[in-house]
Design a protein around this ligand. Structure first.
Ligand code: B12
Ligand code: SF4
Ligand code: SF4
Length: 406
């Protein structure tokens, strides 16, 4: 997942420990792998900093096409992202690590429960950034103490192309959905990186095992893949529900269904998941209250209740208003007339973002006559231009089919 916080730590070690002076690079690498596994990493591989030539070209094409949308932090410093040596001139080896977060149930089943919200698997437990960063630091300290090198650790938030680096390090391959797929863990690996001044033996890159499969491309609800291996982030529900700060574009609202934070469809459908196992990390495991939360309950969260409910969860990052915007889109897609009461209340919320989404939800749930009467009263009283436009636009929408309503 994406993020904007500083995700880097730099450690400088004491001089070579005499006990380890005789260790060869291959010995250090083997000991590093067992140390990593003891710390709970499920996958590890080593690559060199100069491996991103193709990935760098693709990244620049992605930016030129504007596929990053409003993620300006992703477009900043392309020279660093596409060449780790521009990020840190002393780097000699890159150690890529993976943590399995495989779900213990099929993430697609919840999509049929329209009065409940679907939170993507990665966000149902504690925030992986915190957990993985702590572990990376412990492992990096071990390496510093063992080999008198310098290190920097990264997880997600720095200008590092983690997926192509992990492929070059043999951890998996970038599938047609653009995520890293592992033969052992399927789509469900979080990634982290240790850059070091140490020369370590490199692993072989993992070849592509997608073959003629295109399951992930075909399942995408918003047609976010312009071609295999290419994502237009602006169409991806993960971007729309997490990164996108303003109102969600009308063309995507129906397709979002009940996905209120991220999306797992392309990951979940991958046939390589048949080899996956449920993650073993308790902190990343789904909290019961985040597996299938009721939309009615979520619609009642104020700021304090939102923060309490999502303590330590990645969901907390988007804040209550953006989250309620997502919940209201799901309410609009619920076909449950009873949920119109929640949308009615939120149409008077102090946040224009929430009011605007509530208008759309009402337009989907109320009988047309009732909605038009409600709109006629509300438009004049609304102080925010964007929300007024939501009301006006909603009056032009075709009436939802009555048989679709419960
Ligand atoms: C920006 C970002 C997003 C954006 C954009 C996603 C994207 N695919 O670029 C958004 C918000 C949409 C997003 C969503 C998700 N993200 Co995210 N995200 C990132 C981030 C910060 C940067 C990724 C990046 O550089 N994107 C830019 C594009 C251009 O790079 P790319 O995906 O590698 O693109 C390659 C392909 O397009 C390919 N390519 C392009 N053209 C062509 C042509 C040919 C012929 C070929 C062969 C290849 C090819 O080459 C490009 C370069 O390698 C990384 C962390 C990091 N620092 O790497 C996490 C990361 C990728 N996200 C992650 C996760 C878990 C997710 C979600 C699953 C979360 C969710 N459940 O909602 C979704 C998955 C959506 C998807 N299908 O990708 C994990 C993925 C782990 C893994 N196993 O791969 C990462 C690595 C975070 C982490 N540390 O674990 N994310
Ligand atoms: S995460 Fe969902 S919306 Fe995004 S590309 Fe995958 S299937 Fe499409
Ligand atoms: S679903 Fe098929 S095409 Fe997509 S990543 Fe998995 S194997 Fe590759």
């Amino acid at each position: 997942m994406a993020g904007g916080r500083a995700g880097v730590a730099h450690l400088r070690g004491p001089r070579l420990l005499s006990a380890n002076a005789a260790l060869s690079p291959a010995d250090v690498k083997a000991a590093l792998a067992s140390e990593a596994r003891a710390l709970g990493f499920d996958s590890i591989g080593v690559t060199a900093p100069g491996v991103l030539a193709d990935a760098g070209r693709h990244f620049r094409d992605f930016l030129e096409a504007g596929a990053h949308g409003d993620m300006n932090w992703l477009a900043a410093h392309p020279e660093r992202r596409t060449d780790p040596r521009a990020l840190w001139g002393d780097v000699r080896s890159i150690i890529m690590l993976g943590v399995n977060y495989g779900p213990d149930e099929d993430p697609l089943v919840i999509l049929n429960e329209r009065t409940r919200g679907a939170i993507s698997v990665y966000a149902q437990g504690d925030d992986y950034h915190d957990l993985i960063k702590k572990r990376l630091k412990v492992l990096a300290r071990w390496l510093v103490a063992t080999s008198s090198c310098e290190v920097k650790v990264f997880v997600d938030t720095a200008a590092v192309m983690e997926k192509p680096l992990a492929q070059a390090a043999g951890v998996g391959w970038q599938g047609k959905h653009t995520n890293l797929v592992s033969r052992q863990f399927g789509s469900w690996l979080f990634l982290g990186a240790i850059f070091t001044t140490l020369e370590l033996p490199q692993d072989e890159a993992e070849p592509d095992h997608c073959g003629s499969c295109r399951a992930c491309l075909d399942i995408c609800p918003t047609a976010a893949f312009p071609a295999p291996y290419k994502l237009d982030a602006r169409r991806c529900i993960s971007y729309l529900t997490i990164e996108n700060k303003g109102p969600i574009r009308h063309e995507f609202r129906k397709a979002i269904g009940n996905r209120i934070y991220g999306c797992d469809d392309c990951l979940a459908v991958c046939p390589w998941n048949k080899f996956a196992q449920a993650g073993h990390e308790a902190k990343l495991a789904a909290r019961d209250e985040l597996r299938a939360p009721s939309l009615a309950d979520l619609a009642r969260l104020d700021n304090a209740a939102f923060r309490a409910r999502f303590t330590k969860s990645p969901v907390k990052r988007i804040g209550r208003d953006r989250f309620l915007r997502n919940v209201l889109i799901a309410i609009g897609n619920s076909n449950d007339r009873a949920l119109a009461t929640e949308a009615e209340r939120l149409a008077n919320d102090s946040s224009p973002l929430v009011r605007g989404a509530a208008v759309w939800a009402l337009s989907q749930l109320l009988e047309r006559e009732e909605f038009l009467a409600r709109a006629a009263k509300a438009i004049g009283a609304e102080v925010d231009e964007a929300v007024r436009e939501e009301w006006q636009f909603a009056t032009t929408l075709p009436e939802p089919q009555p048989e679709e309503r419960r």
